[in-house]
Design a protein around this ligand. Structure first.
Ligand SMILES: Nc1ncnc2c1ncn2[C@@H]1O[C@H](COP(=O)(O)OP(=O)(O)OP(=O)(O)O)[C@@H](O)[C@H]1O
Ligand SMILES: [Mg+2]
Length: 250
């Protein structure tokens, strides 16, 4: 790994430094071919996240935040570098193996929600439980929809819900299995300030009560300030900064 001092970001918090690592990225590179040109999105990026940490990732539009989140969750594969999730090297697992590792342990809130259009809100929230079944599924899913303020919208299809309501269904779906680790790509991006504040409170109460590790992509400074660590993605790498130094374009 070159220039490791600037690209490797370790946990500065007392609670985190003693906690086991849930996620480790080493010299992660991601390039894609766009037309005849190769575009480098991530360049030798490294990150170590300890159990129970909350990490905010900020950066300009197009800086690669969604690409990074997909890689960290094992939904996409890097061009180079190594990722370790729950102590397992992802490069040693095929797609099914990565899915099995994630099942019930990782929740993901996509930037565009990715709700299944033909399923109701309740059925969408039930989906992860079908992969990782447990007793009282329907009630658990109902409870989650109620927690995000959608207890009365369970039978609605995604197209019958507003953007903010779909976002909250996506959040309920990410948390329904009581995951150890949740990735959320701009989880308050479509919410008004009051609803956004409620969702932020919910995320951090889970972080504190259940010890859920949170890795959040956000432009929302209020959300970033609540996290243990803020990192900025720029030129394919992460650099730490304090919330006070957040710029308007972060
Ligand atoms: N498969 C692909 N082929 C070509 N270019 C891609 C591909 N995937 C991502 N990109 C490009 O990589 C860059 C990073 O995209 P990404 O979606 O990760 O950005 P982002 O930081 O999440 O942006 P935003 O804040 O707007 O959501 C963009 O310029 C995008 O066009
Ligand atoms: Mg994005």
């Amino acid at each position: 790994m070159s220039d490791s001092s600037s690209s490797y970001v370790s946990a500065p918090y007392a609670h985190a430094s003693s906690a086991p690592s849930v996620l480790k990225a080493q010299s992660l590179c991601k390039s894609v071919t766009s037309g005849e040109r190769s575009l480098t999105i991530l360049h030798e990026l490294s990150l170590d996240v300890a159990a129970g940490e909350s990490v905010a990732i900020l950066g300009k539009s197009g800086s690669g935040k969604s690409t990074l989140l997909g890689l960290l969750a094992g939904l996409d594969t890097p061009t180079d570098g190594e990722l370790t999730l729950f102590g397992k090297q992802l490069s040693r697992l095929d797609e099914d193996g990565r899915a099995a590792l994630r099942a019930g342990r990782v929740g993901f809130v996509f930037q565009n929600f990715q709700l299944l259009p033909s399923l109701s809100a309740l059925e969408n929230v039930l989906l992860p439980l079908e992969i990782s079944p447990r007793v009282g599924e329907s009630q658990t899913a109902q409870e989650w929809l109620a927690r995000v303020g959608l207890g009365e919208r369970t039978s609605h299809l995604p197209k019958q819900l507003s953007g903010g309501e779909q976002q909250r269904v996506a959040i309920a779906r990410a948390f329904v299995t009581d995951p150890e680790l949740v990735f959320a790509d701009e989880p308050t991006g479509n919410l008004d300030p009051d609803t956004g504040a409620q969702v932020i409170d919910l995320l951090f109460s889970l972080n504190q009560e259940a010890g859920t590790t949170l890795i959040l992509v956000t432009h929302d400074h209020a959300l970033a300030r609540r996290c243990n660590r803020c990192l900025r993605l720029e030129n394919g790498r992460l650099t730490p900064f304090t919330p006070e130094s957040l710029g308007e374009d972060a």
